[in-house]
Design a protein around this ligand. Structure first.
Ligand code: FAD
Ligand code: DLZ
Ligand code: SF4
Length: 512
């Protein structure tokens, strides 16, 4: 039979079963840059440019290997505007008898695909996405009957299953987790290697002009585009990370520094998520650096935990809990997203830094996403829908399967504690300990109340006070609630007064 094989923007991998089983004589590959996918949220310009360029490079590689590829560019006159319409049109012009798809990364897309067979009148099969190291079914089995789904236990199971960092049935070094060694602020004397960059080739340049023209109203700076856009380049990013940065990855995993967006992170999420890199090869390379005594155990374990643990875990959780997960709002957060999330115009230096870097790079590292931006959105009680949309737009590695659990579960506690045992709420002292942001801030991190006080300081207590009914019994919040109970009435009044003033200004779009 003549089979049409649709490859989505985040499925750019030769390892897909759909490509492995392709008959290059008769079958067709379809790839399409379509309006529905590029605009269902107004993705960062760099995210669109990256994906379109990576798609075009992958299509060229397939063509060079002898595959028949139907590639629809965004501005092609025949562009049908949606994945379904492209598939329908391709069936007509290519005389297709059946369709093979790969399990997508978003529930919305899966629901759509499930209706195609009936609408198209040809057989449609959805194949497993074998790039992941666990399946949604395995996760569901592990999760069944559990009240809380702690990543740590899932991770241990994944270590055993994949035999990563294992000595027989024991974890390498005797412990599963070396996180206690991974909480150091940046050392001033340490040199941060420059990230690997790639000058745009002709394909990327075409895409950049297209994005500037067709998506000019979208968020983000397109200048200085230097992402890897093919597998060879993505492998170079990975190799350089392992050779240069992994050694300090653990130690400085939670550190933040003014003007240093990249630090010792790997910057591979873009490539892992769109298919240019495979998680299995990433883990193997990191482990071999440890076995060759190039990097310490706390670094390699911390890194492998992110890829083998967190990444697989959030995907499992997503498919286990969708579609309900998207509507969760345990803390009944209602506030609109503050306008400064789009331009960084705030006197709170930590937020401004993280937003401006996000706008420039379509990237922020984990602790910026979690403890600065996320912490603020949690304390301010911003509605999960608005927060999810923002995170899905602004990061070039964002797809709903990975973005939603991190936002609703990890930062907003919107799932009521399924993912996290307590909300990641913190006052300014955490940010001050882990960064140098406070040294250049309008506010004073040491002051607790008043116009000069760091807003995180009073918002933290206001958050606990406001959510006492929902969080007061959480055993991991026993200490802060005990402190709150011991506070004088006057102190609590100051906290409420400062928070009221802050929120009034925030809601009126005045500078905070
Ligand atoms: P490194 O620190 O070098 O980590 C290595 C890899 O581990 C990453 O490339 C990523 O694949 C994986 N990883 C690390 N943390 C997580 C995590 N919490 N969940 C899943 N995978 C993880 N990651 C995304 O890929 N897409 C998103 O849309 C996304 N949204 C996030 C939203 C919030 C609110 C938070 C707190 C985190 C989010 N993350 C997301 C996770 C994490 O911040 C990014 O994966 C990481 O910053 C990417 O940079 P890196 O490749 O340099 O990561
Ligand atoms: C994110 C995205 C964008 C911007 N554009 C396209 C596109 O033009 N064509 C496509 O096939 N996919 C695109 N994507 C990714 C999808 O929106 C979606 O997030 C994933 O395919 C889900 O697996
Ligand atoms: Fe952020 Fe507060 Fe520090 Fe300013 S003082 S950078 S607002 S934590």
């Amino acid at each position: 039979a003549k089979t049409l094989r649709l490859i989505l923007a985040d499925q750019l991998s030769m390892s897909l079963p759909s490509l492995q089983s392709c008959d290059i004589e008769s079958d067709w590959i379809l790839m399409a840059e379509v309006k529905t996918e590029a605009s269902y949220v107004k993705h960062h310009k760099k995210k669109i440019a990256f994906l379109f360029s990576a798609m075009r490079h992958f299509a060229c590689e397939l063509t060079n290997l002898g595959y028949q590829v139907r590639y629809i560019k965004y501005d092609a006159p025949e562009n049908q505007g949606s994945l379904f319409a492209e598939v329908k049109y391709a069936i007509e012009v290519l005389d297709i008898e059946n369709i093979e798809l790969t399990f997508p990364g978003e529930y919305r897309v899966l629901e759509d695909m499930r209706g195609w067979q009936e609408k198209l009148g040809v057989a449609v099969s959805i194949l497993e996405d074998t790039r992941f190291l666990s399946t949604p079914e395995e996760f569901a089995q592990w999760a069944k009957g559990k009240k809380q789904l702690r990543m740590e236990f899932f991770y241990r199971q994944m270590r055993q299953k994949s035999m990563s960092l294992m000595e027989g049935d024991q974890p390498t070094g005797g412990k599963w987790n070396y996180d206690s060694q991974n909480r150091q602020p940046l050392d001033n004397d340490i040199e941060i290697p420059d990230p690997v960059t790639f000058a745009p080739d002709a394909i990327t340049q075409d895409v950049l002009s297209l994005v500037e023209k067709s998506f000019s109203s979208h968020f983000g700076v397109l200048d200085n585009f230097d992402f890897a856009v093919n597998r060879k380049q993505a492998l170079k990013v990975l190799d350089t990370f392992v050779a240069q940065r992994l050694v300090h990855y653990g130690q400085f995993q939670d550190a933040m520094a003014q003007g240093e967006p990249w630090l010792f992170h790997s910057h591979i999420s873009f490539y892992l998520n769109c298919g240019l890199l495979l998680p299995s090869e990433v883990i193997e390379l990191a482990e071999s650096a440890y076995r060759n005594e190039m990097v310490p155990l706390n670094s390699v374990e911390g890194f492998i935990r992110q890829v083998l643990g967190w990444r697989e875990y959030v995907r499992g959780l997503y498919w286990y809990k969708m579609p309900e997960y998207k509507d969760e709002n345990f803390l009944e957060a209602k506030r609109a997203l503050p306008g400064f999330f789009w331009d960084g115009e705030t006197r709170m230096n930590c937020l401004s830094q993280c937003i401006v870097e996000t706008r420039g790079n379509a990237y922020a590292h984990h602790i910026q996403r979690l403890m600065v931006l996320g912490n603020f959105l949690l304390l301010a009680g911003v509605h999960p829908d608005e927060v999810n949309e923002w995170y899905l737009i602004v990061y070039a590695d964002a797809y709903e399967w990975v973005e939603l659990p991190n936002v609703s579960g990890m930062i907003l506690f919107a799932d009521g504690g399924l993912l996290a045992s307590k909300p990641y709420a913190a006052s300014g002292s955490y940010i001050n300990k882990m960064s140098d942001y406070c040294q250049q801030c309008h506010y004073n991190v040491k002051e607790k109340n008043g116009a000069q006080a760091c807003p995180f300081n009073y918002l933290y207590w206001d958050f606990l006070d406001r959510n006492r009914e929902k969080l007061g019994n959480n055993p991991r919040l026993g200490m802060p609630y005990a402190t709150l109970r011991k506070m004088s009435d006057e102190k609590v009044r100051h906290i409420q007064r400062d928070s009221d003033i802050f929120f009034k200004a925030l809601d009126a779009n005045e500078e905070v």
